[in-house]
Each structure stands twice: as structure tokens, then as C-alpha cells.
Design a binder for this molecule. Structure first.
Ligand code: NAD
Ligand code: LMR
Length: 327
């Protein structure tokens, strides 16, 4: 049997955490032959609640779950961890944009970036989910000078999956037949869900939908889906967010299928004219625990303007938290 990997989940007692930890323990994230040790990092006020989550995990008797650690101490929570999933942060309410959370949530990620730097495995893979996710990932990475910035990513996989869901619905297609969707930029309403390269069951997407539909309906629907869910539930997405976390980490660790790609927010290397260092969502392929940006995609004038607009928002967010960007 393989040795267990350590997975830290911050905010494990929250809505997303509760929808996530059982799936990791069941093998959905790293496969049916990979044991896991879960490290649930919470704040002192939520320790009682996270202990309840720990009891429920025990009651499931998952064969792959080798241990559960519950703590409010980041040094313990991140010690030797292989995967860190940073969810713990405040969610937005109705009528807010995600960036309205920036001042309240940003400090969490400078503290956790430092703790990851000091205590995690040198190969740790970090996924930031707490909003505004891209800028929080930038903060965490900047506060971890001993690690490679490429180890820090933010989640746009939910937007990617939402885009596929909308296309499947519109074209009456199977999700498995939809390939090469991209979400560029920020996990916010400026993101650019882009389907020019998409194929559905081997056909170019524009054989099945019009460009007008994409511009007038599809793009705004995906951009505003988080708000649509908050409006309907009174709470932000949780189960679909947990599902996207499983997908993001699964593909990063185990690889993407041939002929397709996924969207991940990663530190820009300057590809497609985006400022180096910004945590920006790109189309990526993953293999052997590493990711690469898909290069050479043609972008028309409309697409370039959308890539720039979402970059501009990230530059503005970065300016707000400039004092938290360590070394
Ligand atoms: P929630 O309020 O239900 O849970 C948050 C949990 O985090 C709570 O249990 C709280 O005690 C804990 N927490 C707060 N500060 C912490 C800290 N410093 N260390 C450890 N734990 C801490 O919220 P939720 O619905 O689970 O959402 C969490 C975050 O994820 C929000 O910021 C939300 O906007 C974001 N989110 C992002 C995406 C995405 O696609 N990137 C999707 C959905 C939600
Ligand atoms: C989402 O996309 O559902 C999350 O980022 C929560 C939100 O605030 O929209």
C-alpha cells in the first residue's frame, strides 16, 4: 500500500469544508489506492464544530483515511503537509462582489503563507479557494519565499465546470463530450469564459451555438453564476465548490486527459501578454504533478480586450493589498 499523503483543509467546519472532507477521505481526490491523513485547521471559535466533523469522519470508517488531526494552530495544521487547501475565509453575501472581501480576508493568507513556508513539505501543492481567491493566492505565495511560486494556485475550476454545464444544457450534449473550454483571469465577474477552441463530440462549438449566444448569454451567465446561487440559496456555493476542489487537486496530482485541458489560476509567466506574477487563470495541462500553460491559442480582438479587462481588475486588487506582499 502507498504511504498516506497529508492534506490540510482550512475552514474545514464551514459549508465547503463539510462538503469536501468526506470526498477526500473516500478517495475521490487522489484515487482509490491512495491513503490520506486529513489535517483540519480551524479558528478557536469553530473547534467544537470541527470536532463534530472529525467524529463523523470516524463514523464513516473510510478505509483510506489513516488519521485526522484537528487544530487551530497553523504550525501543526501545515506541518509536513503535501496538499494545502485554503478555504477558511469569509464568504460574500447578496449584492457584494468577491473583491469586497479583500481587506477582511487578506490577512489570513499572509499568516497562512508564512506558516506553509515554515512548516509544509517542500513539495506542497497549495490551492486557494477563499475569496478573492486569485489575490489571496498571490498574498500566500509572496509570504512563502522559500517555496516556488508555482506551488500556489487559486480556484477557477468551478467557473470552468459551470461553463461546461451551461454548454451541455444548451446543446443537449454529454459533459464528457465537451472539450477545451477555458476560463481566463480572475475568479470574479470580469473572468472570461472562452469557447472559441471548444469542441463538442468532435464538432467545433460554433456548429452548435452562435457567437451571439456566447457573448450575450453564456459569458455573463458563467461570470454571474456565483451571485445567482447566492440569490437562490441565501448562501454561496458549497457542494459545487467542493466538487471543483476535488477536480483541481485530482488533475494537478494525477494529470489531465489527452486532448483536453482545464482552467487553473496560476502565477503568470507572462504568457498571452499577462503581467508576470499575477495569479491569473489559464488553460493548462497537467502531468506528473506539474502543470503547463497551453500555448499558441489564437485570440481575436474581443478576446484580447477581455483578457486585459480581467488583468486590470487583478492589478487593482494587488494595489489594495500591496502592504501584505512579503519578500
Ligand atoms: P463558511 O463561512 O461556511 O466557512 C468558513 C470557515 O472558515 C468557518 O468554519 C470559519 O471558522 C473558518 N475560518 C475563518 N477564518 C479562518 C482561518 N484564519 N483559519 C482557518 N479557518 C478559518 O464559508 P464557505 O461557504 O465554506 O466559503 C469559504 C470561502 O470560500 C469564502 O471566502 C467563499 O467566498 C469562498 N468560495 C470560493 C469559491 C471559488 O470558486 N474560488 C467557491 C465558493 C466559495
Ligand atoms: C462562487 O463562485 O460560487 C464563489 O466564489 C462564491 C461567491 O461569492 O460567488
Amino acid at each position: 500500500m502507498k504511504s498516506a499523503v497529508k492534506v490540510t483543509i482550512t475552514g474545514a467546519a464551514g459549508n465547503i469544508g463539510y462538503a469536501l472532507v468526506f470526498r477526500i477521505a473516500s478517495g475521490a481526490m487522489f484515487g482509490p489506492d491512495q491513503p490520506v491523513i486529513l489535517k483540519l485547521l480551524e479558528i478557536p471559535q469553530s473547534m467544537s464544530s470541527v470536532k463534530g466533523v472529525g467524529m463523523e469522519l470516524e463514523d464513516c470508517a473510510f478505509p483510506l483515511l489513516h488519521d485526522v488531526v484537528m487544530t487551530d494552530n497553523p504550525a501543526i495544521g501545515f506541518r509536513d503537509t503535501d496538499y494545502a487547501i485554503l478555504i477558511g475565509a469569509k464568504p460574500r453575501g447578496k449584492g457584494m462582489e468577491r473583491k469586497d472581501l479583500i481587506t477582511e480576508n487578506a490577512k489570513i493568507f499572509s499568516v497562512q503563507g508564512k506558516a506553509i513556508n515554515d512548516h509544509a513539505s517542500r513539495d506542497v501543492k497549495v490551492l486557494v479557494v477563499g475569496n478573492p481567491a486569485n489575490t489571496n493566492a498571490l498574498i500566500a505565495a509572496s509570504n512563502a519565499p522559500d517555496l516556488d511560486k508555482r506551488q500556489f494556485t487559486a480556484m477557477t475550476r468551478l467557473d470552468h465546470n459551470r461553463a461546461i454545464g451551461q454548454l451541455a444544457n444548451k446543446t443537449n450534449s454529454l459533459v464528457a463530450d465537451i472539450k477545451r473550454v477555458t476560463v481566463w483571469g480572475n475568479h470574479s465577474s470580469t473572468q472570461f469564459p472562452h469557447i472559441d477552441n471548444c469542441e463538442i463530440a468532435g464538432k467545433p462549438v460554433y456548429d452548435l451555438v452562435s457567437q451571439d449566444w456566447a457573448i450575450d448569454h453564456f459569458i455573463p451567465r458563467v461570470q454571474r453564476r456565483g451571485a445567482e446561487i447566492i440569490e437562490a440559496r441565501g448562501l454561496s456555493s458549497a457542494a459545487s465548490a467542493a466538487d471543483a476542489i476535488v477536480d483541481h487537486m485530482h488533475d494537478w496530482a494525477l494529470g489531465t486527459p489527452d486532448g483536453d485541458w482545464v482552467s487553473m489560476a496560476i502565477p503568470s509567466d507572462g504568457s498571452y501578454g499577462i503581467e508576470e506574477g499575477l495569479v491569473y487563470s489559464y488553460p493548462v495541462t497537467c502531468k506528473d504533478g506539474s502543470y503547463e500553460i497551453v500555448q499558441g491559442l489564437e485570440l481575436d480582438e474581443f478576446s484580447v480586450s477581455r483578457l486585459k479587462a480581467t488583468q486590470q481588475e487583478l492589478l487593482e486588487e494587488r494595489a489594495i493589498i500591496a502592504d501584505l506582499l512579503g519578500g
